[in-house]
Design a protein around this ligand. Sequence first.
Ligand SMILES: [Zn+2]
Length: 84
Amino acid sequence: MNSHVVPESKCTRCGMTFDHMSNVGPDQTGVPKNGSVAICFDCHHVMIWENNAPRDPNDAELIELANNHTIICIPYSSLKLTEH
Ligand SMILES: [Zn+2]
């Protein structure tokens, strides 16, 4: 699993700060793209990565996500991982 540095961001539900994302989908480059699905490492909230920031999915995206079982990217904080 590759990881990619992203601008410091916060989960739109729990506020967890993250600065890396790991790609666990079929495209193993680790680089999040506009429209990538991001799942919070702490609360598992599903977000959409757009313009180098997470946002909540709209209604159409939620319906699409409900029918897609592929997880694309998981954001996490490198600081949090090194604290353990
Ligand atoms: Zn969260």
